[in-house]
Design a protein. Sequence first.
Length: 106
Amino acid sequence: MGKKFCPVIVYPYKKIPAKTAQSVPTEWGIAQSDRGWMMCELFYEYIANIFHSFLVSQGVIFSVVLFVDGHKSHLMYQSSVLCNKLKTEIIALYPNATRILQYCIL
């Protein structure tokens, strides 16, 4: 049986209200951007601090494959270097293929 890994929620705030932040489960990622969209830096932080930590906590044996939509925020060089270091292979699907990925199970 599979498990869903922890997501990150990106809010369109300059500063996330405390009540909103407290409503998000502690193991999930929470971030902000001007428009509430994923940004390169947010994706990097998600891989480094949420995704990888979750896999380690679940005793996953590395290497792993992470399928992402081909949005430019997922294709930054620094994220690629990080994933290589963390033994995570990123496979980019077509841009904006989120509907395909929403039901992926670990």
